[in-house]
Ligand binder design. Sequence first.
Ligand code: ZN
Length: 438
Amino acid sequence: MSDLNHPPIQVGDAMYQLAAELFPICRSITGDGVRATLAHIQRQIPLTTHEVASGTPVFDWTVPKEWNIRDAYIRNEAGARVVDFRQSNLHVVNYSVPVNQTMSLAELKKHLFSLPDKPDWIPYRTSYYKENWGFCLRHRDLLNLTDGNYEVVIDSSLEPGHLTYGEYLIPGQSADEVLISCHTCHPSLANDNLSGVSLAVALAQRMRALSARYSYRFLFIPGTIGAITWLALNKDKAARIKHGLVLTCVGDPGQTTYKKSRRGDADIDRATLHVLKQSGSPFAAIDFYPYGYDERQYCSPGFNLAVGCLMRSQHGEFAEYHTSADNLDLIQPAFLQDSYNKVAALIDVLEGNRYYMNQNPYCEPQLGKRGLYDVVDGEVMAMLWTLNFSDGKHSLLDIAERAGMSFERIHKSAQILAAHGLLKESGAGDSIASRPAA
Ligand code: ZN
């Protein structure tokens, strides 16, 4: 894959543009907002949408009723909308049941949520699995509500319907798969997770233009219940997933954070950490823990898939998380581009990582007589490392790590050496010692 062009700088702009177009849609774990989101993405990649009926059992869970909302407001006695869903879809607790009542401020306050320490931000709240209703508002606006009666309307529906998710499989040379998964259930929040959605779309566009070794499966699913549903309905396909990433919060200014798979030393973990180390930028690596995003489901013990989670700032650790401040000002094209570059690079590691066997293992081959001292300036060291450790027991990634060089350099050396007959691809575990002496 070293013949890949470096990604054009405008990928970050295109990702930002897609996030901006999807931003106004009121998404949830089910409903027309998800459908509208997937339909919009279908303009860029030919994903398939799946509809799973409410009530479908999925492992220990059940696909919930479908939620849709048209309007919601709180109106004061003067007839003014003091809280208005049309201003921000975060104003309604996601999955609120329909309401149409007039009530006192004291009664209403039991259903109001605000952030006293961030009085200008609207919090994001959900109540998926307990039927309830509520409004979220700026604390400043909450303090301004005067005594009196309020007309409270939530024009929503919560009825048997479907859970909708999007899926796009790009077949590769092998049926072995790389999974890229992102959640599509949050309403107008940019970093969490339109950034992840945009990155997945950009990666799908990149991979469909290549003839890749692996097949690539992209999932656009509601958090938790979507991953559980997909795994329950596709248990047979899960075994094909050899490497995977959950993408979330990848557009903010924070450093890149990689949460390892439950296995901790899977190729996806090693490839990602290699790329982050080689990037020269600060990053954080954290061990798996059973909370967070859908890696929780992919890494549940029954599946234990090699799926990590790539983020910039971690959920809950940036101030804007789950508030109206997670908006289109928080994410920026340059950070989206940086996340794209890193994932593209780690995919190149997965694609190019192979085992080779040195065809001339008894002392160093004479590189000079083959003109290899002049092939690529400064790459002799990379060639020597690649030759020495290509014993069938060290993959190119092993060698890159041991040499402290980028995978790209070692991979390039291997290609040159193979072209000169000095290396031959081998299966893992083939051994120099098993070959007869020259
Ligand atoms: Zn979230």
